[in-house]
Write a protein that binds this ligand. Structure first.
Ligand code: ADP
Ligand code: MG
Ligand code: ZN
Length: 733
């Protein structure tokens, strides 16, 4: 790569990286850095921070020094940059003397564009002396929250970096982090002398992550079924303790899954071996404690499963953030059990510092609010980052995709449960109370003579599982308090009101739907799965040959686009996402040959691809936001296929079909045909009109107000379709 200073960022993005557009904030950050202003970039994990220094580095005459906390992160970057033919290297103790010398010489000759250094290496006087003899144009500090004592990963050497920076006054400074807390941000800016108006905070929403929570009732079975929905895809399972990591990974291995364990109790050799096998797609699943993550950049992690409840939203967000960095859909499922809360509370109670204790409790409560909400999960998630979620519905969480069935009056069963808590003396957990209610002969019941209570055996109408669900609702809605250490239940004033019959208790028993029937929509394109498999196998062998991870050869999305557009010339190959000149030169021939052969065998033709007019021009044909899949579904719907039939044909839930239709009209496209739609809505004209007026009045974001306005006479299915009809009518008025 020769550093042509005439290249614009857009040109580099397209010709070197093979991407067609910048993500939010990237352009502004890059422009600010190139103009020579010290900058702070705050972007979520997977947001694309690396590009913010890589592109400026290619426009600068001199060297860009990147400070990074972990050797594995540096090596990963260099491997990927080498795949793009960008001159870059590391200096650290893992290098042989010869390699080290070689790198040093290349740096002093001015041949390197990027140099990656650990902070301790940067602070050594030997490094400083060498670098002072070269032209350093930019210093980028990755994972900059390590500077701050307020951050969760404080590194004392990071705090001394001002000493390093002082030697390179002419260099522009860029600090990057995913930590958004104001205090840490303030600290970084103060330490590094960055002006407030050169701080950029990207959108923290990760719209390609599907979020779901399921009640943890049979965790191992739930985990298996979730994994089975993502066959031969990469995923991470987070557990609370090392012991459960070991146990779960062994069980999965025994059942034939390609899974490995990762936690701080393993030797560092073992840890890096497991990490490497995961990165190279030799295993699919890593079962890990929170120790796993920061060192990996794998962009194609397709699922993250939380086997236990995270302590706070910050860790939850960070962990789910490791999925779908490549921007393709990824699934995040949290298995939620009330028992896990008790364990965390117990842990919090052990804390010495009262202030920390209060903070931890607050953070846990925020996490619980997310796990228990009946509304969009993105609202509490983004609230945590002080980022208001502008839509009330994201269409990418379990609650949004499965609008709630209505609440029912559960006053009578609630009274039974509460009075049984009272009769048993408010010292037992839910399980015992339920045994009493259901008339069990368990020893504990008989020992305590609870078979003599008036509430013994009065609750056979609900199953144990249903009673458990009810007890969680009673806790969640503040009628019961659960003591942290032993999980015993106590009544609150709210409970007394319900017991006296002064307030009614409305709730849903089946609050959370299991994630098992969620079908991941892996790609918006409908690539030929067989060809994708062929391309993947080739990618893997080329990657092994070059000793790089498969994603450094091509991203999943690139393979999917290849299988969709079937490029058979260098020119059209260049239009594929993630394909720049270096990739064409290295791998173009092999992949084009495979695609050509496949097309001949299957009598297929190359498809027109307008994504990037040409990789060498700054092409910018921007997506309309509507996927091809959506369009296909809408076409079939217009042709008279009912939503039910569509759901069946496509193997997705009815709500997914509604969501495709909704998004389509929401994007400003009218339907060509609405006869079938009106028929399916199947409401009398008066109600139809009333519904339309009510959408006018309440907006179309939520269905509930319209449901109520129609006297609860229409079903939610009907309302979904009515909303599509409503938006369509607005467009054609
Ligand atoms: P971060 O450091 O913020 O966690 P990375 O820099 O590792 O994120 O980028 C995550 C992924 O996003 C990488 O696979 C990268 O290639 C991809 N990416 C970054 N910017 C773009 C873009 N503008 N278009 C397409 N992909 C991008
Ligand atoms: Mg990064
Ligand atoms: Zn949502």
């Amino acid at each position: 790569m020769n550093a042509s200073s005439v290249s614009t960022p857009q040109h580099i993005l397209s010709s070197v990286f093979g991407f067609d557009s910048f993500r939010a904030s990237q352009q502004a950050i890059i422009d600010t850095v190139i103009s020579g202003n010290n900058t702070l970039a705050i972007m979520p994990t997977g947001g694309g921070k690396s590009l913010c220094y890589q592109i400026p580095a290619l426009t600068f005459d001199g060297l860009t020094v990147v400070i990074s906390p972990l050797i594995s992160l540096m090596q990963d970057q260099v491997r990927q940059l080498h795949e793009l033919n960008i001159a870059s290297c590391v200096l650290n103790s893992t290098l042989s003397t010869q390699e080290y010398q070689g790198n040093l010489e290349a740096i002093t000759r001015g041949e390197m564009k990027l140099l990656f250094l650990a902070p301790e290496t940067a602070l050594q006087s030997a490094s400083i002396d060498i670098l002072k003899q070269t032209n350093v144009s930019c210093v980028a500090i990755d994972e900059a929250h390590c500077i701050s004592e307020w951050g969760h990963e404080f590194r004392p050497e990071y705090r001394q970096l001002d000493r390093f920076i002082a030697h390179f006054e002419g260099a522009v400074l860029l600090a990057l982090t995913a930590t958004a807390t104001p205090r840490v941000r303030q600290d970084i800016k103060h330490q590094l002398g960055i002006a407030d108006n050169n701080e950029f905070v990207a959108d923290f929403d990760r719209p390609n992550l599907y979020l779901a929570v399921a009640i943890k009732d049979s965790p191992y079975e739930q985990a298996k079924s979730f994994i089975d929905q993502h066959q031969s895809m990469s995923g991470i399972i987070y557990c609370q303790s090392r012991a459960s990591v070991d146990e779960l990974s062994k069980k999965l291995q025994r059942d034939g899954y390609k899974a490995l364990a990762y936690h701080a109790g393993l030797s560092s050799d073992k840890r890096s071996a497991h990490q490497e096998q995961f990165v190279k797609d030799d295993v699919d699943i890593i079962v890990a404690t929170i120790a796993f993550g920061m060192g990996i950049n794998k962009p194609d992690v397709r699922f993250v499963l939380h086997y236990d409840l995270p302590k706070n939203i910050e860790s939850y967000y960070q962990q789910i953030g490791r999925a779908g960095r490549d921007g393709l859909d990824a699934d995040c499922l949290l298995l939620f059990a009330y028992g896990d809360t008790g364990k965390i509370r117990f842990f919090i109670e052990q804390m010495q510092n009262e202030h920390e204790q209060r903070l931890a409790t607050m953070h846990l409560n925020q996490m619980l609010a997310l796990a228990e909400t009946e509304d969009c999960r993105r609202v509490p998630l983004l609230q945590y980052f002080d980022a208001e979620y502008s839509d009330s519905q994201c269409h990418k969480c379990d609650n949004c995709l499965n609008p709630q069935t209505e609440k029912s009056d559960l006053t009578v069963v609630a009274q039974k449960f509460l009075s049984c808590v009272h009769r048993t003396g408010q010292v037992f957990g839910a399980s015992h109370v339920i045994d009493v209610l259901r008339g069990s002969n368990a020893e504990k019941v008989l020992q305590n003579r609870h078979n003599l209570l008036s509430t013994y055996g009065i609750g056979t109408e609900l199953s144990k599982k249903e009673w458990m669900a009810l007890s969680r609702q009673l806790i969640q809605k503040g009628l019961l308090r659960q003591e942290a250490q032993f999980g015993s239940l106590k009544l609150t004033q709210n409970a007394v009101d319900v017991l006296k019959g002064q307030t009614r208790f409305l709730a849903r028993l089946q609050q959370h739907q299991s994630a098992s029937n969620y079908q991941a929509s892996q790609s918006d394109l409908s690539p030929n799965a067989q060809l994708v498999a062929i391309l993947k196998a080739t990618r893997k062998s080329l990657a092994d040959e070059a000793n790089v991870p498969p994603y450094a050869v091509f991203a999943d999305r690139s393979l999917q686009e290849m299988a969709h557009f079937l490029p058979q010339s260098q020119e059209s190959f260049l239009k594929i996402h993630g394909v720049g000149q270096a990739k064409v030169d290295k791998y173009g021939a092999s992949f084009i040959a495979l695609i050509t052969e496949f097309c001949e065998e299957n009598e297929l033709q190359e498809q027109t691809n307008n994504a990037r007019a040409s990789a060498t021009k700054s092409g910018k044909a921007k997506v309309s936001g509507i996927s091809e899949k959506s369009v296909n579904i809408v076409r079939e719907f217009e042709a008279g296929t009912s939503a039910d039939e569509l759901a069946q044909h496509h193997g997705v839930k009815l709500n997914t079909i509604f969501s495709h239709l909704y998004k389509y009209v929401l994007s400003g496209k009218a339907l060509t045909q609405t006869d079938g739609l009106v028929q399916q809505i199947d409401l009398p004209e008066s109600m139809l009109d009333k519904g339309i007026t009510s959408f006018d009045e309440h907006g179309h974001e939520r269905l509930k107000p319209v449901y109520e306005a129609l006297g609860e006479q229409a079903t939610y299915e009907q309302l979904h379709l009515l909303r599509v009809y409503y938006l369509h009518s607005k467009l054609t008025q």
